[in-house]
Design a binder for this molecule. Sequence first.
Ligand code: NAP
Length: 499
Amino acid sequence: MSKAYSRDYWENVLSALTLEGRHFVDGKHRASISGETFTRARPMDGREGPTIARGGAADIDAAVRSGRAAFESGVWRRQDPLEKKRIMLKWADLIRAHGEELAMLETLDVGKPIMASLNVDVRLCADGIQFYGEMIDKLYDEIAPTGPNARALVRKVPLGVIGVITPWNYPMIIDAWKLGPAIAAGNSVVLKPAEQSSLTAIRLASLAVEAGLPEGVFNVVTGYGEETGKPLALHMDVDMIAFTGSTEVGKLIMGYAAQSNVKRVALELGGKSPLVVFEDADLDAAASAVAWGCFYNSGETCHASTRLIVQRSVQDALVRKIEAVTKSDIALRHPLDPAAQIGALIEEAHLEKVLSLIASGEKEGARRAFGAERVMAESGGYYVSPGVFVDMTNDMRLARQEIFGPVLAAIAFDTEEEALAIANDTIYGLAGAVFTRDMDRAHRFSEAIHAGTVWINTYDMSNFATPFGGFKQSGFGRDRSVHAIDKYCDYKTIWQQFG
Ligand code: NAP
């Protein structure tokens, strides 16, 4: 029987929690070498959050040295594959066993609904670690075709020390997308989580060691981007940076790699994804997909369907349906209320950014159909109601700039050519969708939308078997799927001559 959760239940979980905010280096929690810490306001109510270690270059250096020592010793990469797999599967099990605790840490940090943290974020994090754990004893090397007097082994070898820098919107899930393949491939990792979402990263690391991952293979250094992320990306002994975050910071990461040791980079960046609805589409299905695609996680989703490109003849009917679905299904509540479907935005500065983009839309002539207003201000938290703007054109700021809030820009079109031109008129290429009953058109469109993932008559379906990532300024390299492991390895050829 499934457990009956209540607000009181979760309040009790919260008050019983011990919050650990120190780095995790070489298998141990450590304060910053400088002794510095920071706190921030909790998104759910604006109260002061836990104390977190404020890392700097010296902490990064210690973590990289620990990762390098573990790598060179071979304690992990040369371990029996079956044993490595067993450890990663145990790690996944421990994540599930500590699901309520991890969910609470995530909700405390980022303000997402507790039941989403538990049923989506914790679950997908554990599934991600398990997926790559299960690959460990199924990775084969190659023997190249050569003449009879020689043999050439083509080995796939880990790179060394991987710096992982992640954002705050799906911290545990994105951590798993990178930790899973990087560690399964035999690398060591130094993770710098977003300063807003340190708690789950620290706990994932201590659970990994509890599962048997050797000390030093997975280190976490918390802190600010400039002070902690930058020295990691500039470090001369880091072999690769796997980054998820904004396009702006992604460009800096490429620069740091070039300025230091030509380390590799993989970048999962921003989006402004188009969802195109033709007049022959199932409008009820489209309305539900649009609402959940744009408003889930309060719109703090890289592939949120923030641009609705809709055939003019059905625009009004579709927007009315989106409003109905939003009001009946997508409850905005306090994040510890088990009925909450969406919760708070990450912080006050981000709230201000979302409100200023909304104001820019109004100034540029867009019309608010519903929502998109600050609500629940009396809670002290940062809440914006999901909403839609119509009468938009694709050159308005609200249509071009990533908002990372629950706000949809609806742009009308008349012809298929026009719809495609608007869909592709963006610097991003992360995701897109088309809704139509005409399957020829659906396939024509899905080929023509320049994005890493395109959905037909649905939005946001995904699993670990499918690669995820972008084209254009949404970055390069792919997370998820068996292919994700490739970027954490490279080929090494070993020749042997006979006779
Ligand atoms: P962000 O500001 O780019 O930060 C991402 C990470 O980079 C954080 O850990 C941040 O640390 C760090 N950072 C900031 N400045 C840095 C610097 N100079 N050097 C090294 N590291 C630095 O992004 P965010 O606001 O956390 O997340 C939202 C963005 O992530 C959106 O653009 C979203 O589209 C993107 N995203 C993309 C995907 C995808 O798969 N494509 C998935 C999720 C999110 P601090 O937090 O301390 O600044």
